[in-house]
Ligand binder design. Structure first.
Ligand SMILES: Nc1ncnc2c1ncn2[C@@H]1O[C@H](COP(=O)(O)OP(=O)(O)OP(=O)(O)O)[C@@H](O)[C@H]1O
Length: 276
């Protein structure tokens, strides 16, 4: 189950370095709930990878493991020593702090920024708010902002952590379609400017095709990679374009097939690395 470290660290034949690599990662909750089963997956430096799968297939579990919030039961996860930031569906801002103070707090706990003064952190927070198109709103409290604006603040806070890898767990799932489209454009711009590596979980197949360099499909629980779809459509893409819809339809068919297969499960013993 354990892969040699050298192999995990080596660059790939196509010259791209992985920023995140999972090798045969399994996760069992409690005594017998197998959530992930030998997942092998990588995100290259500067790559945008979208993760799709039926509800409960272990997508959030996978992100939590990569973020180091939980431990894998088996397998290897290598993040190459990169700094990781995570964003969730809920922005989870401190309601009693101003927007600026929420970001300044993230700047304070980021090791490279520990030596900065309060004035410098405030200036940096203002810059980050400009980056997410919220310039001048630093004095507001989170409840004074719309859902989309709050998610922008959460994005600015993630950027404040100076991350190399951004893990995103359905960050736009609760937003209306128009706001989501705007945030797609902004995220794409920021991803390119900062050369981030992104692992983005969504239920929305079109969103995955709109954003991803690659869409990775997980099986129903226990989650394992069943198919990967490279997305070579020219950027910027539109969620409502024919090309995006066409590719999304193919992926949706595959996903539906998987969900139906799971609805008629063949009984098999639960266990890490059991025969399929
Ligand atoms: N802390 C936990 N303890 C026990 N079981 C858990 C825990 N977290 C998740 N699970 C279980 O592991 C499985 C995978 O959950 P997870 O939340 O990772 O799936 P998901 O694909 O993100 O789901 P969704 O798409 O609905 O958000 C589910 O069966 C869930 O009930």
């Amino acid at each position: 189950m354990t892969a040699p470290i050298q192999e995990l660290r080596s660059s790939r034949a196509d010259g791209r370095e992985p920023a995140v690599r999972l090798d045969a990662v399994s996760k069992v909750y409690g005594r017998e709930l197998l959530a992930l089963d030998r997942v092998t997956l990588s995100v290259d430096r500067g790559e945008f990878v979208c993760l799709l799968g039926a509800s409960g297939c272990g997508k959030s579990t996978l992100l939590n493991l990569v973020a180091g919030l939980d431990r894998a039961t088996a397998g290897q996860i290598d993040t190459q020593g990169g700094r990781i930031a995570m964003m969730f569906q809920e922005p989870a801002l401190f309601p009693w702090l101003t927007v600026s103070a929420n970001i300044e707090l993230a700047l304070r706990v980021t090791s490279s920024a520990r030596s900065t003064t309060k004035k410098e952190r405030r200036a940096r927070a203002a810059e980050l708010l400009e980056t997410v198109h919220l310039g001048g709103l630093g004095a507001k409290r989170p409840h004074e902002l719309s859902g989309g604006m709050r998610q922008r603040v959460a994005l600015a806070r993630a950027l404040a952590q100076d991350a190399d890898v951004l893990l995103m767990d359905e960050p736009f799932g609760a937003l209306d379609a128009m706001t989501r489209d705007l945030l797609h454009d902004e995220l794409e711009r920021i991803w390119r400017e900062r050369e981030l590596s992104v692992l983005f979980v969504t239920h929305n197949v079109r969103e995955a095709v709109r954003l991803g360099d690659r869409v990775v499909l997980l099986s129903s629980r226990p989650g394992t990679v069943i198919e990967e779809f490279p997305v070579t459509l020219q950027r910027p893409r539109r969620t409502d374009s024919g090309e995006v819809a066409e590719l999304a339809a193919g992926i949706t068919d595959r996903l539906r097939e998987e969900v139906l297969r799971h609805a008629r499960p063949a009984r098999r013993p639960v266990g890490v690395g059991g025969e399929k």
